[in-house]
Write a protein of this length. Structure first.
Length: 196
């Protein structure tokens, strides 16, 4: 199966070609039409215009297809971002970017860039990226390592704190309108499923 980042890239390139090539061709048709009018006079406008109309309509249809492919590419990118947010909110410890890339069916580099893109949008503010280990670290685990954690805190309390932090982050994303209702419900169910 083709990686989703490549699928998005190919549809975006096809979109650009189908949007900008017809614009250039329409300009050529209009210049050609003006050339005919200047050369032969205004008496043949209707004949030349009728001959060029089918070409212009075809090119406009190509532009519409290009626009549709652009929206498909954007939808793929949005799905990858939503799934990345859901995945990161459901983890409890540092996660290698390679594992995330495998889950999302994208390249490691694309997974890393998507994380920073999502973070720049104000989501996953508390998560950090460890460039040395190529890991994404959720809140409450980046400041304390396993050796530094006090021995008297049972793991269930730590897990519960992480769970609450993730639910708070999820609520913030929903309140700011940065995540869809469907994604919110699905991620919340995953988080609450882990809690029980």
């Amino acid at each position: 199966m083709m990686r989703r980042d490549l699928m998005s890239l190919f549809t975006r390139i096809a979109s650009w070609i189908l949007l900008y090539l017809p614009i250039a061709l329409i300009l050529l048709v209009v210049i050609d039409l003006l050339n005919y009018i200047i050369t032969y006079g205004t008496g043949i406008i209707s004949k030349v215009l009728f001959g060029s109309l089918s070409t212009i309509v075809f090119l406009i249809i190509l532009m519409a297809v290009g626009d549709w492919l652009g929206s498909v590419s954007n939808r793929i990118d949005n799905e990858i971002e939503t799934q990345l947010v859901g995945f990161l909110l459901s983890i409890s410890g540092p996660t290698p970017v390679g594992r995330i890339a495998e889950y999302l069916n994208v390249s490691v580099e694309h997974a890393r860039k998507t994380f920073f893109k999502v973070k720049s949008k104000g989501m996953l503010k508390e998560f950090t990226f460890d460039a040395e280990r190529m890991e994404i670290i959720p809140p409450f685990t980046q400041t304390t390592t396993a050796a530094e954690k006090p021995s008297y805190i049972p793991p269930t309390v730590t897990d519960e704190l992480i769970q609450r932090a993730k639910l708070i982050e999820l609520e913030k994303l929903k309140a700011e309108g940065k995540i869809s209702e469907e994604a919110y419900k699905r991620i919340r169910e995953e988080l609450e499923g882990k809690k029980s």
